[in-house]
Design a protein around this ligand. Sequence first.
Ligand code: T4K
Length: 395
Amino acid sequence: MIKPFDKPIYVTKPFLPPLEEFQRGLAEIWERAWLTNNGPIVEKFRAEMAEFCETENLCLFANGTLALQIALQGMGITGDVITTPYTFVATVHSLFWNKVRPVFVDIEPEHYTLDPKQVKTAITPWTSAILGVHVYGHPCRLEELERIARGHNLKLLYDAAHAFGVRVNGRPIGQFGDLSMFSFHATKLFHSVEGGMLTFGDARLRRLFDYLKNFGFENEVEVVMPGTNAKMNELQALMGRLVLKGMGEIVAKRRQLAEAYRWALKSVPGIRTAALPAPGVEYNHAFFPIEVDEKEFGASRDDLYNGLKEWNVFARRYFFPLVTDFACYRGMVREDELPVARSVASRIIALPIFSDLALDDVVRICEIIRHIQERRRLRPAGTTVGIANVAVAPA
Ligand code: T4K
């Protein structure tokens, strides 16, 4: 008998440092009464990040979306930008907020990142940049994109919201391309409650981004450009510093969970587990997506997604619908375009993965998946299947 979980198991759960450590930090903040505007904790966090990312060329922000908007603005990106429809909607919104037109091209089926061949054919005289997304933390085809960008004099930007801690051939992922944006949102493996970061190759950008995130202030009486407010605050930085200390533990635990999922799902027909990282990639296990082949599995992705909820498991269909299917972007591509992205979006489901999840929980989630499959075999689509209808379900 497979019992539902007592408490909801969500797709993710933030890693939290020991409460006493956070409280100690809070007490210091109280004492100082300095809450934001480039306080001392933000400064320390910046220095620690510089060490972690192996670069001084970085800026911290209130969140990843503002960071990306400022990056596009600061780098003067205009015209058309080639990007992916297979991402969180903030990637594309950031282009829109800069009055830049997204040109969507298809992804490759293994790691779901931009297909360089498609990128190449989409370049026109109006193209100013390529914006790749290291979706689920899997690096884009870095070398190929670099070659294309340099060959056509385009800027190469990465939305690395999912890729914090990833390294490629020994180099931190943020050192590829002209610029990378990281999200430190609570749902990410590394977080500062909310937060974001840009890393970039051109050292001059740091000053520019610092102006742009603080209203363009040079000093009390001078504003040198029309900036916005996108500063990280002291409480965010405090959380970030404490979570950063746990990075090794966070990734190690996720690796273990991912291996357990792979092991437990390898014999389930119709489930394709996440592709292994490419050679040379030190992966962060940010997500654990699986693809459901409806014919082979015997139930659809949505049957599985809804079925899991009956056992208190709240997986997510990241990234469905495709950005190009949202009302605000619909009509920008034809229905016969982006076949790979469409197909993946219709089959994908991200299973829970986070530090607090036990290996036994993973085994139980996989048993539930097998059970949902079996149940659908006994009661084919079209019949009402409730948790009470099956022998192995709880009373
Ligand atoms: N680019 C990409 C590729 C991104 O994925 C994102 C963000 C961005 C850009 C923008 O970066 P930020 O501006 O956010 O820094 C979530 C996050 O809000 C979003 O940050 C993230 N991507 C996206 C993939 O996921 P939702 O709407 O799915 O989140 P929500 O509230 O439904 O949370 C998901 C699950 O996490 C919940 O079911 C429970 C759990 N959860 C959530 C929160 C907020 C917790 O356990 N604790 C929490 O505090 O967007």
